[in-house]
Design a protein around this ligand. Structure first.
Ligand SMILES: Nc1ncnc2c1ncn2[C@@H]1O[C@H](COP(=O)(O)OP(=O)(O)OP(=O)(O)O)[C@@H](O)[C@H]1O
Ligand SMILES: [Mg+2]
Length: 508
């Protein structure tokens, strides 16, 4: 799909996501020149466990890079830099000498470290490391996952202590392989990904020795923490041989960057597998008292880091996938809208998809999913409607928390991600938030943000003002719901949320 008007040079971005890996080639105006994408297997060994095969992922990444370059009809000589973005927190340990993963990657949604997190909280509780890391102790983050692997893979701790093992989130894995792997690959991560390990100190941007000791993670396995936009090394081999690898950002931070939220108070919400709302809080980390996370937004080269407040929702698009793959109620994700539109309302049903417990603002790992309010009247169409409303209500809870923590009233919400092609959902969102919802021309803001950061690092774009100029509105939804009805529905939703909690007992 090469655009006849598009001329080089270009930036390539790799997005190693939860469900797929993709590569997108962008031109100087931030327009998409070509896309290639490949899904990978979701491995569910037990209830609550989710794994990925990291070798499969690396093969897919190489394929989509080659695919996107070919579809663009260009050569590596036309590409000025490669940017990386990735599913966050998903944790891998691999052998430095063979390049082989020692175990499947443990995915961010995986809850196997629940008990470990409780144990790590000791008498202090969930906030034991919050001051240093901005995060509550929860199975979501990478550090406890690394600890689980070190404790549970035969002989691994000894090998790690001998310096034979490398730890990384998917950014590190992709960059290490891209830059040569066993043949001189660089072992780095960026500040945004590092801020999701629970091992980095948010204030110093360095690994925190005390936490490493408490978590029993040896420093020898950790990557070097670098900024989000700088040249880490050159790609070695493959379709982009010799091209600088020049950015890394966790996917949600990349979307913040791609949505050009460069000023304090600007926020975006991304609707993919899960949903993540981030607000730029400038160069000071803001503590949350309302269940949000404090995280690094981005850091460009040796400039000051920019922090963000984040509301994380574990299950949104994946609930639509579940309706398709596990329930067989729809044949494609888009069909959820057709089905939901066939009825006027939810028929009294509320669906709280606490499949991985509840993330923000509750952080309850003992919660599990419920459908509440069922009567004989409810049809699959009502359930479809409840599925979409679940995404919108969860966003409402996050924006309420954001307003309390930041003191900034939401004037409009910038959205992006795969679910934003659903008009009914976007209208519902605007209704529940009682605020306009706006979507930019390029809904692939995750890749775009990684491309922007890489382009800044190599001087392809001069500064963030040049990037802002590329942002264009494609669609806007405005609220049209009666306030009393909204309040009544919100109350019902919160009642349904109550019913998810405490499902798991201490013992299991
Ligand atoms: N029309 C639609 N209505 C509702 N949900 C949709 C629609 N189209 C796609 N989705 C959902 O959006 C998600 C895909 O969005 P997107 O491509 O942004 O996610 P992703 O970036 O691939 O996720 P990840 O990065 O986690 O792999 C899927 O979970 C899918 O179920
Ligand atoms: Mg994504």
């Amino acid at each position: 799909m090469t655009d006849a008007h598009t001329t080089g040079p270009f930036i390539a971005a790799i997005d190693q996501g939860t469900t797929s890996s993709r590569c997108i080639v962008f031109d100087k105006d931030g327009r998409i020149v070509s896309v290639d994408q490949k899904e990978h297997e979701q491995i569910f060994p037990k209830p609550g466990w989710v794994e990925h095969d990291a070798a499969e992922i690396w093969t897919n990444v190489q394929e989509v890079v080659a695919g996107a370059i070919e579809k663009a009809g260009i050569t590596s000589a036309d590409v000025k830099a490669i940017g990386i973005t990735n599913q966050r927190e998903t944790t891998l340990l691999w052998d430095k000498n063979t390049g082989e993963p020692v175990h499947n990657a443990i995915v961010w949604q995986d809850t196997r470290t629940d008990a470990l997190c409780k144990e790590l909280g000791r008498n202090v509780g969930q906030d034991r490391f919050r001051r240093e890391t901005g995060l509550p102790l929860a199975s979501y983050f990478a550090g406890p996952k690394a600890r689980w692997l070190l404790d549970n893979v035969e002989g691994l701790r000894e090998r790690a202590e001998r310096g034979e093992i490398l730890f990384g989130t998917m950014d590190s894995w992709v960059i290490w392989n891209l830059t040569g792997g066993v043949d001189g690959g660089v072992h780095v991560t960026d500040v945004t990904n590092a801020s999701r390990t629970m091992l980095m100190n948010l204030h110093t941007m360095e690994w925190d020795d005390k936490i490493l000791q408490s978590m029993e993670v040896p420093a020898a396995i950790l990557p070097e923490i670098r900024s989000s936009a700088e040249v880490y090394g050159l790609a070695k081999g493959g379709a982009l041989d010799g091209i600088p690898v020049a950015s890394a950002l966790g996917d949600q931070q990349a979307a913040l960057f791609g949505q050009t939220c460069y000023s304090k108070g600007e926020a975006k919400s991304t609707y993919g597998t899960g949903t993540f709302m981030l607000m730029n809080t400038g160069d000071e980390p803001v503590n949350s008292y309302n269940g949000l996370l404090t995280t690094v937004g981005y850091r460009i080269g040796d400039e000051k880091a920019v922090y963000a407040l984040e509301g994380s929702i574990a299950v949104t698009g994946s609930l639509v996938q579940w309706m398709r793959d596990q329930m067989g109620l729809i044949n494609s994700a888009a069909e959820i809208e057709t089905l939901a539109s066939s009825v006027e309302d939810n028929g009294g049903a509320y669906f709280v998809p606490a499949f991985s417990g509840l993330f923000a603002p509750y952080w309850r790992s003992d919660a599990r999913g419920v459908i509440a309010g069922l009567t004989r009247y409810v049809t699959k169409a009502h359930i479809a409607r409840a599925v979409l409303e679940a995404t919108a209500w969860q966003t409402r809870e996050i924006t309420d928390a954001m307003t309390k923590d930041s003191g900034v009233e939401l004037t409009a919400l910038k959205v992006d991600g795969g679910m934003t092609s659903n008009n009914l959902l976007m209208q519902t969102l605007s209704d529940f938030l009682d605020a306009p919802v706006v979507r930019p021309m390029v809904a692939e803001t995750t890749c775009l943000g990684a491309a922007y950061a890489a382009g800044l690092a190599v001087g392809f774009w001069p500064d963030t003002d040049a990037l802002r100029a590329n942002w264009r509105r494609a669609a806007e939804w405005t609220p049209s719901m009666d306030a009393d009805q909204r309040d009544a529905e919100y109350k019902n939703w919160l009642k349904a949320v109550e019913r998810t909690m405490g499902w798991l007992d201490e013992e299991n």
